[in-house]
Design a protein around this ligand. Sequence first.
Ligand SMILES: C[S@@+](CC[C@H](N)C(=O)[O-])C[C@H]1O[C@@H](n2cnc3c(N)ncnc32)[C@H](O)[C@@H]1O
Length: 206
Amino acid sequence: MNQYFNNNENLKSEIRVLNYSYGEYNFIFNSDLGVFSRDKLDLGSRTLIETYFACGKKNLKVLDVGCGYGFIGISLAKIMNAKVDMVDVNKRAIHLCKMNLKANKVVANVFESDVYDNIIDKYDLIITNPPIKAGKKVYMRFINEAFDHLTEKGELWFVMRTNHGVKTVYKTLKETKIAQILCKNKGFYVICCKIGWHQSLKLLEF
Ligand SMILES: C[S@@+](CC[C@H](N)C(=O)[O-])C[C@H]1O[C@@H](n2cnc3c(N)ncnc32)[C@H](O)[C@@H]1O
């Protein structure tokens, strides 16, 4: 079965244009068959970015991992003046994301990467709506490996649903990290997580 994270060169194209407004900002997003949330902007992603707009920091260096057609990264670049890199494994999503950058007059880097495999920089913020349908092994990489790509004070923000086990993920993160639930909306939890002070201190050797 064709999933939103599989590449299928034979899939026909039926571009659809989705609109999004936040305050004075208006966006258009081209979407297509074979990508996540083709018919409407995802409520989880929307809850995530609107929580970030309400209480996140501006002017950060950001990685949107699993960017799809660019809803999260493009909105953050424009509204929060973020310097954004966006990655996905789905070539069609990458193509749409590039179209959407142009359509919204936003500049950002978009490239293919299997989770963090092609990531070399460190980021102040990694933000994601991880691909639950890709299976636990994949979506937990989005969360657990984020800490290798964050600056010392960097934060991971993600959204996940209660019926996808977010409470367990949150509890496990809290065992070794500073984690906080920032928003609950119709079963979606927005979680912010960072490395604790004791983990960021380096061992001094005299
Ligand atoms: C839940 S969707 C979110 C898409 C987009 N960020 C949004 O909010 O509309 C997850 C995305 O992760 C991508 N994805 C799945 N497996 C991946 C992997 N191994 N590496 C990178 N991206 C992946 C999918 O193609 C999909 O675009």
